[in-house]
Design a protein around this ligand. Structure first.
Ligand code: NAP
Length: 132
């Protein structure tokens, strides 16, 4: 909340609208793409520049990257922090969070959650911070 977020065009279309309390930057190669209430970028560098500009305007200290798989792959070499949720299940799927070198990151939080009444599976929150 309160930050700009960069997302891929497919993720945006799966949500279908801008989320409240944030600024949405949609990354697409489609020069004709437009949607109400969102910013559009056509390259990673343009998305980051727009994110930095919006963060300054919003008084935010960071820009969030919220997927999907293609956009995580673009972002991973550049990110400072990763907020990972590991869900204890192995479903079939066609979009996969990319492999990355965990040794480049220091774990700053690990919180195991058993399956609660509203959950389908147990899960773990893991915060990672890039090593200097
Ligand atoms: N679990 C999670 O944390 C999480 C988070 C988000 C999404 N998801 C899921 O992930 C799936 C979508 O992931 P995805 O990998 O298929 O798609 P995506 O990353 O959301 O979007 C891919 C699109 O981004 C654009 N794009 C990619 N690289 C680009 C570049 N270098 N420059 C400009 N535009 C670029 C292209 O849009 P155009 O085709 O328009 O050019 C591409 O088709 C959905 O099922 C969603 O629900 C999961």
């Amino acid at each position: 909340m309160g930050k700009p977020m960069i997302m891929g065009r497919k993720t945006f279309e799966s949500i279908g609208k801008p989320l409240p309390g944030r600024e949405t930057i949609v990354l697409t190669r489609d020069a004709g793409f437009a949607a109400e209430g969102v910013h559009v970028a056509h390259s990673w560098d343009e998305a980051v520049a727009k994110g930095a500009e919006l963060a300054a305007r919003m008084g935010a200290d960071s820009v969030a990257v919220v997927g999907g798989a293609e956009i995580y792959a673009l972002a991973l070499p550049h990110v400072q922090s990763i907020f990972l949720t590991e869900v204890r299940v192995a479903p079939e799927g066609d979009a996969v969070f990319p492999d990355f070198d965990r040794s480049q990151f220091r774990e700053t939080r690990r919180e195991d959650h058993p399956k609660g009444p509203d959950d389908e599976h147990p899960f773990t929150f893991i915060d990672l911070e890039r090593r200097p």
